[in-house]
Design a binder for this molecule. Sequence first.
Ligand code: C2E
Ligand code: CA
Ligand code: CA
Ligand code: CA
Length: 278
Amino acid sequence: AKGAGRNNFQFFTQEMNTNAHNRLELEVALRSALADNQFRLHYQPQFDLRSGKLLGFEALLRWQHPVRGLIPPLEFIPIAEINGLIVPIGTWVLNEACRQAKEWQTRGITHAMVAVNLSAVQIRQANIVSIVKQALQASKLEAKYLELELTESLLLENVGSVLLQLHQLKEIGVTLSIDDFGTGYSSLAYLKRFPIDTLKIDKSFVLNLTEDADSRAIALAIVSMAHSLRLKVIAEGVEDASQAKILAEMGCDEAQGYWYARPMPGDQVAGWLQRNPE
Ligand code: C2E
Ligand code: CA
Ligand code: CA
Ligand code: CA
């Protein structure tokens, strides 16, 4: 059936640009990817900047396409957000990440948290509170080991409904963080209304930390703003020792990035820990 679908599209592609064609083809393939078990999660370690201790892992989605190979999330998540597939895909991500975290714990990695990225669409279109509850119940993972990464733009829409759901999530006992912080438009006054635990400094600011005084000023402003609101700060995209040092000196609490480790499949985590004892 999939082969026939492909041929049907061939007819129209003559007049389409490659982008539109690729997109359409991806969309068709995306519809069967979940049932065909083509999604994977990779996990990137997160560390305490002062002690160097491992705190947990961020789950990052990959699509193992049978023909195209590994497709990065930014190529298919925006499509999945438009056609709504992000809801079932995101539910799969939550369940799989909780299952994996519980498995690490039974292997002795007892303190590790898992952070899961949530799309705004999952909060808008699905009953995210009961989906999170079910993932925790099915995996038997304690809620305090689950962190949800939300986008800044989420805070700007339908405030009442978002606020209620975030409070319900906090009641379950999960941790909430704001991803890509600094790239959106939320103000200090605005942030205070939401039950957030952590701000994540976007990697675009971390990238130029050593050379660019403006990036340093922004990162420092985020750290001091977060701390004055009693929030933790994590920096993503840390690629070298100089960036890590600058962030530590600013008082940034946590970090992740290629300097420490690349995202890896869940079954490689135990071996990685053995080679990199704390
Ligand atoms: P993000 O949440 O900001 O994730 C960080 C991205 O930076 C990841 O890209 C990660 O692999 C990459 N990264 C990690 N360390 C470094 C570094 O030192 N340098 C640089 N240059 N990059 C680094 P990835 O895995 O391609 O994910 C891209 C985006 O896709 C994520 O950005 C997130 O917005 C989205 N995403 C990934 N998984 C999921 C998911 O399960 N659900 C949803 N809704 N979105 C997801
Ligand atoms: Ca993230
Ligand atoms: Ca955390
Ligand atoms: Ca980011």
